[in-house]
Design a binder for this molecule. Structure first.
Ligand code: ACO
Length: 323
């Protein structure tokens, strides 16, 4: 049985760091309010002219270096983003071209904050079907470009960044001892569209628009949806919270992460947290967090990793992965 095995991971954050105190000089907020409600202390902001494809390229380059593989061996690029460089072509083809790849397929995938988990299931399906051999799954965002910087209820929450994994189809035994993706589960429910959306687009307003959110409504649904789809992953594999080495959740809000971990019975020492330094980077947050925990050697080969995300749509999903 084929498995999609992680060969390497990498990430990239823009140089500029925006602290809560600095934000509090332009909107009516405080470091104390932001930290207490969200756990966020600072976020990175892309430089003028620095685009999602630049962030994605740097993360992809780092992942390829970490995997010790040539870009030319990649035959699939799935790039999850809600903030593409242009309406079209896909940001993925810009990354493909900069990596010097001119074979295989590259496309963008849009599931907002759940984009990386969606990207993993899509890439995993194509790799296990034997259609491609080696994939880059990238999450990259420049949410700073779609924020209303006068709206304190949203602008304090998000940041820019990118992360990437290199996956390869390898023969496995079909048991939970295999390295690679063991299971992925996706959900969506479009009845919740209006709770988190961008009020612009090519077909509606012909503008880019700004992010709008009913924060309390999102919060209300988040923990239940996240834990539910994680139970799908446990049911599919027979694994449980006690088997997990590292829980790497989408980094939207420390309270949502803590609430989910608590409900699942995962101890705080096993939870990878980056939201304090990165804010919510949407589709980029999971690979950014993975790269962080790999770089400081928390995540090691053979570890069982639980991923989850939830975001606009609503979309949500989970994945179990043996590193
Ligand atoms: N600074 C100071 N005060 C603020 C700020 C701010 N930045 N933002 C809102 N407030 C005020 C509000 O105006 C309100 O004042 P009022 O009582 O006088 O009306 C008060 O703080 C409380 O506002 P609430 O919205 O009730 O605050 P809450 O405790 O719900 O926290 C938050 C807001 C942090 C947005 C929370 O609802 C949340 O985290 N929701 C989840 C949203 C999320 O994470 N979205 C990310 C995208 S989806 C995803 O990635 C999962």
């Amino acid at each position: 049985m084929l498995r999609s095995v992680v060969l390497g991971c990498g990430s990239y954050l823009p140089a500029r760091i925006l602290s809560n105190d600095e934000l509090a000089r332009s909107v009516e907020t405080t470091d104390e309010w932001i930290v207490q409600r969200t756990g966020i202390r600072e976020r990175h902001i892309a430089a003028p002219g620095e685009m999602t494809s630049d962030l994605a390229y740097n993360a992809a380059r780092a992942a390829l270096d970490h995997a010790h593989v040539d870009a030319s061996s990649i035959d699939l690029i799935v790039l999850a983003t809600a903030t593409p460089d242009y309406t079209f072509p896909a940001t993925a083809v810009a990354v493909q071209a900069r990596l010097g790849i001119n074979h295989g397929a590259a496309f963008d995938l849009q599931a907002v904050c759940s984009g990386f988990v969606y990207g993993l299931q899509v890439a995993d399906s194509l790799l296990r079907a034997g259609i491609y051999k080696r994939a880059l799954v990238v999450g990259a965002e420049t949410f700073s470009r779609i924020l209303d910087w006068n709206d304190r209820t949203t602008c304090v929450l998000f940041g820019d960044g990118a992360g990437a994994l290199v996956l390869e189809a390898q023969e496995g035994t079909g048991t939970n001892a295999d390295r690679g993706l063991l299971t992925t589960h996706l959900r969506s429910d479009g009845r919740h569209q209006a709770k988190l959306y961008v009020d612009g687009g090519p077909s509606s307003t012909q503008t880019v628009g700004h992010l709008r959110m009913e924060g309390r409504e999102v919060f209300k649904h988040a923990v239940a949806m996240i834990t539910d789809v994680i139970h799908d992953a446990f049911d599919a594999t027979g694994l449980n919270a006690g088997d997990i080495d590292w829980f790497v959740p989408h980094q939207a809000n420390k309270r949502i992460i803590d609430g989910s971990a608590h409900k699942l019975g995962i101890s705080p020492e096993k939870v990878v947290i980056t939201v304090d330094r990165h804010g919510n980077t949407s589709a980029a947050s999971i690979p950014l967090a993975l790269a962080d925990a790999v770089a400081d050697r928390r995540i090691r080969r053979g570890n069982l990793i639980l991923l989850e995300a939830m975001g606009g749509g609503f979309t949500w999903g989970s994945a179990l992965l043996r590193w």
